[in-house]
Design a protein around this ligand. Sequence first.
Ligand SMILES: CC(C)(COP(=O)(O)OP(=O)(O)OC[C@H]1O[C@@H](n2cnc3c(N)ncnc32)[C@H](O)[C@@H]1OP(=O)(O)O)[C@@H](O)C(=O)NCCC(=O)NCCS
Length: 205
Amino acid sequence: MDRHDLSRAPELLHTARLTLHAPRPEFGPLFVESLNRSLPGLRYICWAQKARDANWGVDFMSKGRDYVAAGEDLIYCAFERQPAGSSALGAYVGRIDLHSWDFSVPRCEIGYVGDVLSAGRGLMREAALACVQLAFDLGAVRVQALSEAGNTRALHFAQHALGFTREGELRHYERDAQGRLGTQVMFAAIKAEAPPLKRAEPGLA
Ligand SMILES: CC(C)(COP(=O)(O)OP(=O)(O)OC[C@H]1O[C@@H](n2cnc3c(N)ncnc32)[C@H](O)[C@@H]1OP(=O)(O)O)[C@@H](O)C(=O)NCCC(=O)NCCS
């Protein structure tokens, strides 16, 4: 697996209730509206520490699009699915990214930031699980999630909504959004191993 596999990932993913789009500059204003109304719950997200304007959102989306084109990350913006035939975007639900790829394993880390207006409906779960499945379909054998020990909502989400396994704690692993050292909790999902090849038993054949 390498960067080319990421740059070949689909621009659109569909789930039962969502359409996930790769980033586009025109999503910037919607994204910023969501960010600004969700700020009180985003204190663990380093790029969400203050209100932003639409230009910042357009730039953020453009950079995201470039990372995806370069095969560095996979990023999706989730919108509620509209009836068949409609070209309108549904309500913005959140952003999922698959980042920090190590192609030698291959593995990646998942990140998620939801809109406060759609919280608690299982939509971010649906979006995140679709992205985990995509990572496995592209060849990843492990998708991990790192959350700060104090981010109780994210800890609960990783373990209970996504079904990831809690693997342990990393102390002073990285700085938080305020530049402080702390503890991160590691969760992961492992791609189910393929069944071993059947060998002919001795004496049979
Ligand atoms: C973590 C985060 C993405 C979770 O978002 P969310 O909107 O609460 O997520 P969901 O609604 O998909 O979560 C699943 C919950 O919905 C419930 N749910 C409701 N309807 C459901 C359905 N149809 N199917 C499945 N689950 C459903 C689940 O039971 C679960 O509830 P519980 O948390 O009470 O156990 C969100 O809190 C967030 O953006 N936090 C701030 C950013 C952040 O810190 N991100 C993590 C960085 S490490």
